[in-house]
Write a protein of this length. Structure first.
Length: 66
């Protein structure tokens, strides 16, 4: 995502956040901010396998350690 264009802030229910023009999303967003949209709790290995439509036949030894 491109940098934000204008300075700003938000205050809601005791929560506050501020940002400056030029900040990128990694500077002003947290995973908690987008948790509702991403719904990570819905993803299990089984669900991901079904979404990408790849058979679940690979074993762990097929994945190199980085």
């Amino acid at each position: 995502m491109p940098p934000i264009q204008k300075n700003g802030s938000i205050k809601i229910n005791g929560f506050s956040r501020q940002w400056n023009a030029g900040d990128t999303p990694d500077k002003y967003l947290t995973l908690g901010d987008i948790d509702e949209a991403l719904k990570p709790q819905l993803f299990s290995l089984s669900n991901i396998t079904n979404i990408i439509n790849i058979p679940n036949t690979s074993t762990l030894d097929k994945f190199p350690l980085l």
